[in-house]
Write a protein that binds this ligand. Structure first.
Ligand code: BTN
Length: 314
């Protein structure tokens, strides 16, 4: 999608109807060229109707307003670039493959993922009208041990933003966001590339937002914001609010580390005080450590866990 397509989408979004002539003259291209572009936007999934004498109408306005996110990114002190993709295998994979040409603090968003990846080599099921994005951070190798705390920090930021929307969400260690006992958001942080003292962290965020129905294969464990609240969320605002909150708190994370956020994290962490299974072993979750590790008790001994599969036994 190029700048002209984004302009057309913006005009369609902002007007009830917009004529082909008007679009053609604003962009200084022919009516035929407009027709062609409208056709390819439709092929990408945009619901554009044409009404005689009135012009084109965007009948489903739940689209990502690329121009608004780009405006925010331009004014941001942290984020440098926003890349919008209609479809990709996985935004994390895309960032990994293109990281040499991407600036640090680039955000890559995809409307559809054909091979979305989850933690522990699982699949991330692509639900319509969700948010699937990855943030690339190029860091000094020295800082790479921050990867676990960084994923927890990202989960906390998303939980905080959702709570501002009055969503009653919680965090399941390490960084799943739960709503009414089911997962609405997952985060996949990956380390990648080491060049001259630098490495990259790719923070992949998947949020189930406006999907009305959840596929059978995951409906017992996953949900969407819409399915739980019966409300439609403005995905563009949600993305911007998450990036803004991340930007606002990132300096605190860099200066003080996870410990600055530990109390808030603990407040919303559903594992605390529960009996949990860690890689199949039963333990009692006692605390969250200074760097975000799970502190558990097993057979009278304290065990610290910083990765692996955790299941809560209610
Ligand atoms: C999990 O809970 O297992 C993590 C899920 C992470 C999904 C997101 S969607 C955007 C990014 N691209 C991917 O392929 N995965 C992450």
């Amino acid at each position: 999608m190029d700048e002209k397509d984004i302009f057309i989408l913006r005009k369609l979004y902002e007007n009830e109807y917009i004529s082909g002539e008007e679009l053609a003259s604003s962009l200084n291209i022919s009516r035929m060229a407009i027709n062609k572009r409208i056709k390819s936007l439709k092929a990408l999934g945009y619901k554009i109707e044409s009404a005689r004498k009135k012009g084109y109408e965007l009948s489903d306005k739940d689209i990502i307003r690329i121009w608004e996110i780009k405006d925010y990114i331009q004014s941001s002190n942290l984020f440098k670039e926003f890349i919008y993709l209609d479809e990709v295998d996985s935004t994390n994979t895309y960032v990994k493959q293109n990281q040499q040409h991407l600036e640090s603090a680039t955000v890559v968003y995809a409307e559809r993922q054909t091979q979305g990846r989850g933690r522990l080599s699982r699949r991330w099921v692509d639900l319509e009208k969700g948010i699937k994005m990855s943030i690339l951070l190029k860091l000094l190798l020295l800082d790479l041990e921050k990867i676990v705390p960084l994923t927890l920090f990202t989960g906390l930021v998303i939980n905080r933003v959702l709570r501002k929307y009055r969503v009653n969400s919680f965090i399941k260690w390490s960084n799943d966001i739960y709503l009414n006992g089911k997962k609405v958001c997952g985060i996949l942080c990956e380390l990648s590339g080491e060049v001259e003292g630098f490495g990259s962290i790719i923070i992949g965020i998947g949020i189930n937002v406006n999907a009305k129905s959840i596929p059978d294969e995951i409906k017992d464990i996953a949900t969407s914001l819409k399915a739980e609240t019966s409300k439609d969320f403005d995905r563009t605002r949600l993305i911007i609010n998450i990036l803004k909150e991340f930007e606002k708190e990132f300096p605190n994370f860099e200066t003080y580390g996870f410990s600055h956020f530990r109390d808030e994290y603990k407040n919303f962490c559903i594992n605390l005080g529960k009996e949990i299974l860690v890689n199949g072993q039963k333990m009692l979750c006692m605390d969250i450590g200074k760097n975000g590790e799970l502190v558990c008790e097993k057979d009278g001994k304290i065990v610290e866990i910083s990765s692996g599969e955790v299941t809560i036994r209610f």
